[in-house]
Design a protein around this ligand. Sequence first.
Ligand code: NAD
Ligand code: TYD
Length: 353
Amino acid sequence: MAERNILITGGAGFIGSHVVRLFVGRYPSYRIVNLDKLTYAGNPANLADVERCPNYTFVKGDICDMESVCDLLLRYEIDGIVHLAAESHVDRSITDPFAFARTNVMGTLSLLEAARRQWDGRYDGKLFHHISTDEVYGTLGPDDTPFSETTAYDPHSPYSASKASSDHFVRAYHDTFGMPTVITNCSNNYGPYQFPEKLIPLCINNILHRRAIPVYGSGDNVRDWLYVEDHARAIDTVFHRGCPGESYNIGGGCERRNIEMVKGIIETVDRLTGKAPGTSLDLITYVADRKGHDLRYAINASKLADELGWRPKVSLDEGLERTVRWYLDNRAWTDSVTSGEYMRYYEAMYGGR
Ligand code: NAD
Ligand code: TYD
């Protein structure tokens, strides 16, 4: 019998696959059940190295299907949930907000309700850990202090509005039903297995194909970047030692303007592919700004550092180097996820550029 039975939702996606890999490797006495619908963003190949581990089980399914989720919680005697499944791309939320309300809001509610029914007030040893984003806090001016856990929610995109709503439902299940919950709000992640619709893998892929790199607006928007394995470690820390009812911010303490990031990626790719420095700078193409584009995100992660001792370990230089090397070594992975639906998406977003 397993010591614990943990459900991870969205484990075939970018961050989820790193969380599954960490938990499966680090906790051989746990059974890890990964529930994933395998949308365009979910890919079993992200977990090819994990799929035969005896403590790992994959279940294809939709978090919105509450009856099936109830069955799954019962069948595997789930006592902990790490909830990552979501629609996660801001640009897609602008063209299809309903998909975000369905998965991020209704899906989270369905998961909460299934857990409430299954756990039925027996909350000892149970935990619902909801993975959220810093984007719920809205946007900062250049001199504003970084977001803390007490910053008022002020989402602007359909994506961040849906994540904010899901956070509120998680808190409501804690406050109303006494369910032990924790929420983590993390800054922008990067690393291996990120779907190439997001800035960093999109840049790497476009440089390798000598395609234009679309920089929205002036390129002066600021993001706080965190290497994905540091996020997975933070989730592990909060899942095991976080205080129920609390939320924790997670961030890299590493703010960069988008244009600086793009230039850093170009430098790294050119160097690692043996090109002269600056070869790919000509690909930088300023395009129309994203609607409602938040200017700046920055995270104050001192609560997590002071109370639970987590700090990021991987610097931006080291993380970018590892990330670019991974994409160079795994071009078949990128090729497999950039056919079909991706090309239609890309054409609609960026046209012939
Ligand atoms: P992703 O888009 O790479 O992966 C999402 C996963 O969820 C996919 O495997 C997909 O198949 C699955 N999924 C989608 N809808 C589902 C449904 N209805 N039922 C079951 N599975 C479903 O996302 P990501 O970037 O890995 O983000 C994971 C989580 O972390 C999300 O909740 C996101 O809001 C949050 N987050 C992401 C970042 C970031 O920088 N990527 C930062 C902070 C927080
Ligand atoms: P993204 O990776 O989509 O993450 P998020 O919107 O959640 O922060 O975008 C990161 C930043 O890069 C954001 O300010 C938008 C910008 N961006 C571009 O300039 N060009 C692009 O092609 C993409 C995808 C993003």
